[in-house]
Design a protein around this ligand. Structure first.
Ligand code: ASP
Length: 423
């Protein structure tokens, strides 16, 4: 069985859904698990709906729900010519329930409410895609990921219970392939032991593909994207990007650790554990090769990869009592940083100071300075750029550092990192 994942952009309108059907036809007769995200930017819009509920803003809530309904109705009209199809009623009912939710009691846990509402984006998307695939003559069934993937009750960041999930998928999902060739299910969502819906964290649908592949012992996973595969840099920051034809699981994890965003970082581990190859392919040009992520590290060094993190804040801490930077004050600094949810991108220390680079837009600088000020002197630089080069050589270093001042430089055998400021 093959696992396919289609993200929001690949189901953003009627034409995109028709393209999904065409891609599935290329694999006719094979068993396929199809993981689908919410359509287009629906998850962002659902987040706004949750906020309106939380703010008790009924006018805004109704307006946003209506706008989402119209968005999906438009896609239905592009897919189904006649309005009498049952799918219209099904989608309208889902929205009716969502609308009525505003007048029902709201819990005091924002994250819980978030998961119950935001998850509907995936539910709506999959019922529409399944109905269309049926209409197109595919042998297909809809599966409810909320009944298969068991998570902790950490809402918005559900941790997968692998044993229970694997059993559910083996018992309730795999046997359905005796009757159909394709099962369509939702990315990003699961359920708790109390049968409440959870989500796996934003962009979590790739991870769902990894979970299903692991639990079904799938032969491969393909993530269909609007890029030709994994590129060696984000084209937003870099001209002349090159596609990586084949990289190892280890390399993919390294790249996502440093900030590459093509694949959700949690996706790789279950696949690596079972040696299931992951293909990243273009839904615009489905016959093209794409990228394969697999066991062999043979090709990892062939092409240097560049990862850019913009808008970095570089903070230097010096203990006020002039003490050395050793284990005690390091753990104190880490604890204080963790208390404001700061995620460290780079660290550097000397005898008397410790420095970190952080994503500036993810932290509250004032609050951060406040919790350190009585024990540490702090200096900081704003608006910096952090560049990581995997498999670097001098030419690639020159290419990214030209016209910049290097504030920090760190090199290991395979990785060079630079914190840069425009000159
Ligand atoms: N729809 C979810 C999101 O936008 C999950 C995903 O697409 O991966 O974050």
């Amino acid at each position: 069985m093959k696992v396919f994942k289609f993200g929001g952009a690949s189901v953003k309108d009627g034409a995109a859904v028709k393209n999904v059907s065409k891609i599935l036809s290329l694999f006719g007769g094979e068993k396929r698990t199809v993981i689908i995200s919410a359509m287009g930017k629906t998850t962002n819009e659902m987040e706004k709906i949750v906020k309106a509920l939380w703010d008790k803003d009924k006018r805004k809530y109704n307006e946003l729900v209506e706008e989402r309904l119209q968005f999906h109705l438009k896609i239905l009209s592009e897919l189904f010519e006649e309005k009498h199809y049952a799918i219209y009623t099904e989608v309208e009912n889902l929205f009716e329930n969502l609308k009525n939710r505003f007048d029902q009691p709201v819990s005091d846990n924002f994250d819980f409410e978030y998961d119950q509402i935001v998850s509907l984006g995936e539910v709506i998307s999959t019922v529409i895609v399944t109905a269309f695939l049926k209409e197109e003559g595919h042998s297909v069934a809809w599966a409810d990921a909320r009944k298969l993937i068991r998570t902790s009750n950490l809402y918005r960041e559900g941790a997968v219970d692998w044993a229970i999930t694997e059993k559910a998928i083996q018992e309730k999902f795999i046997p359905v392939f005796k009757e159909v060739d394709i099962q369509v299910t939702q990315g990003f969502i699961g359920h708790t032991s109390e049968v409440f819906t959870t989500t796996l964290g934003r962009e979590g649908s790739d991870y769902t593909a990894g979970i299903f592949a692991y639990c079904c012992n799938a032969e491969s996973v393909t993530i269909w994207k609007d890029v030709p595969g994994m590129l060696n840099a984000d084209p937003k920051w870099f001209d002349n990007t090159v596609k990586l034809d084949s990289i190892s699981f280890k390399e993919a994890i390294e790249l996502s650790y440093y900030g590459a965003t093509v694949i959700h970082p949690k996706t790789i581990k279950p696949l690596q554990n079972k040696g299931i190859p992951l293909y990243v392919k273009s839904f615009i040009d489905p016959q093209a090769e794409g990228t394969v992520i697999q066991k062999s590290t043979e090709n990892d060094h062939l092409i240097p990869s560049f990862i850019f993190k913009m808008n970095q804040l570089y903070l230097h801490f010096t203990p006020k009592d002039f003490s050395f930077i050793v284990e005690e004050n390091l753990s104190d600094i880490f604890n204080r940083l963790a208390s404001v949810n700061a995620k460290i991108n780079l660290m550097q220390n000397s005898a008397l100071s410790f420095a970190v680079a952080l994503d500036q837009d993810k932290i509250n600088l004032e609050k951060l300075l406040d919790i350190f000020k009585e024990s540490y002197d702090i200096r900081y630089n704003e608006g910096l750029e952090l560049v990581t080069i995997r498999h670097y050589d001098q030419a690639t270093i020159d290419r990214v550092t030209i016209g910049k001042e290097i504030l920090v430089e760190q090199k290991t055998k395979e990785t060079a990192r630079f914190l840069l400021r425009d000159l």
